[in-house]
Design a protein around this ligand. Structure first.
Ligand SMILES: [Zn+2]
Length: 147
């Protein structure tokens, strides 16, 4: 056997969690919007997985739950973690308005979308007004404050 794949590592984390060996693995979920531009969806608890056949091969589908979501609504995502909490149209509008730059330092590399509304407070109905671009450094600084 070679090095475990990321999917294999996640599967092991789920197996350990279900066996009561540890708490759920915390997964930081990003969505790719443009090449080099990622949107942080938030931290999710990795709760379970299922194996589905996509017509060509078996793929893992991981079942994540937004860590801070009081409704405990589970969300199924594919192994590529493609998700749609911030609609692409909203992000594209925000990207255009912010001219593809970090809104704090003006950096144009490693940009992330930052949203002011937590998902638990209606974050699914986001508009471009509460989404802004931040570079990885400033996005992380903001995240550290929330914790
Ligand atoms: Zn910055």
């Amino acid at each position: 056997m070679g090095t475990p794949t990321q999917n294999g590592l996640f599967k092991k984390a789920v197996d350990d969690f279900k066996a009561g060996k540890c708490g759920p693995e915390k997964v930081k979920v990003y969505e790719k919007l443009y090449p080099g531009v990622w949107s942080l969806k938030g931290f999710f608890d990795l709760r379970d997985y299922e194996i589905v056949h996509d017509g060509v091969r078996n793929v893992f589908r991981f079942i994540l739950r937004l860590s801070e979501d009081p409704t405990e609504r589970a969300e199924r995502v594919s192994a590529s973690f493609h998700t749609r909490v911030i609609p692409s149209e909203v992000k594209k509008a925000a990207y255009k308005r912010d001219k593809g730059q970090c809104q704090i330092c003006g950096s144009k590399v490693n940009l992330h979308f930052d949203h002011d509304l937590p998902y638990s407070k209606g974050g699914s109905s986001l508009t471009a007004e509460n989404v802004r671009l931040l570079c990885a450094k400033h996005n992380l600084e903001k995240g550290a404050k929330i914790q």
